[in-house]
Design a protein around this ligand. Structure first.
Ligand code: HMH
Length: 220
């Protein structure tokens, strides 16, 4: 159909939260070229830990996909999982470049809270529709945040362009849009209580992402 899906319809009532997550002072400071290198290094170490937990989350999404859907989404999710392998290598290389010792990083409070939320998806009771919607919005916050850092008029420092391109590229945007199509299709077939849970998870992700950027930009 041509009508806007469920996820697009959430943007109107939740626009404010979405903007706080995707135009956060931390990522805006990358775009402005005023980012504090200590804050960037903190983000890098914390996000490496997050991504390791994200692998386990994605494995649980894949499992729900295999159990609850006809399997046509499997290749997209599997592709996402495979690209996290490359992403972990990227973090290690980037950490070396910024002299961040990943072995010494311990998770800060907002990261621990976010990881606990991700872990809750291993419960078989959480539906595929809720899980795939959560996956979509997690990726989309990064896509939108970092695409803004490479859009026209940016003053992003050259040494940060690689990071911004990782999530801000047109390819990553297409990947997010394919996740959105899957989420919308699942939500169109889901019972009302599952749609409500998916919207709650969507908002929770926005909150957790704001907390994650806050944690990165200020010592806590
Ligand atoms: C906190 N959210 C956070 N880290 C990430 N790497 C992504 C989203 C996207 O993969």
């Amino acid at each position: 159909g041509v009508e806007a899906g469920t996820t697009a319809a959430w943007m109107a009532p939740h626009r404010g939260m979405y903007e706080r997550a995707t135009r956060h002072p931390f990522t805006v400071s990358i775009r402005d070229g005023t980012v504090d290198p200590a804050a960037f290094r903190r983000w890098l170490g914390q996000d490496y830990m997050f991504v390791k937990e994200f692998v386990a989350f994605l494995a649980s999404v894949l499992l729900k996909c295999c159990r609850q859907s006809d399997g046509s989404d499997m290749e997209i999710i599997l592709g996402g999982l495979a690209s996290l392998s490359d992403e972990l290598s990227w973090f290690k290389k980037e950490a070396e470049k910024w002299s961040v010792n990943l072995a010494e990083v311990s998770p800060l409070k907002s990261n621990t809270e976010y990881c606990r939320f991700l872990q809750s998806f291993s419960e078989p009771e959480i539906s595929y529709a809720v899980a795939i919607t959560t996956f979509w919005i997690i990726e989309t916050v990064y896509q939108d945040s970092f695409a803004f850092c490479i859009e026209e008029g940016n003053k992003t420092p050259p040494e940060l362009l690689g990071t911004c391109q990782r999530w801000g590229s047109p390819e990553f945007k297409q990947y997010c849009q394919s996740l959105q199509r899957i989420a919308d299709r699942c939500l169109a077939d889901a019972p009302a209580d599952a749609v409500k849970s998916a919207e709650e998870a969507f908002l929770r992700v926005l909150e957790l992402e704001i907390g994650f950027w806050d944690m990165s930009s200020s010592q806590s």
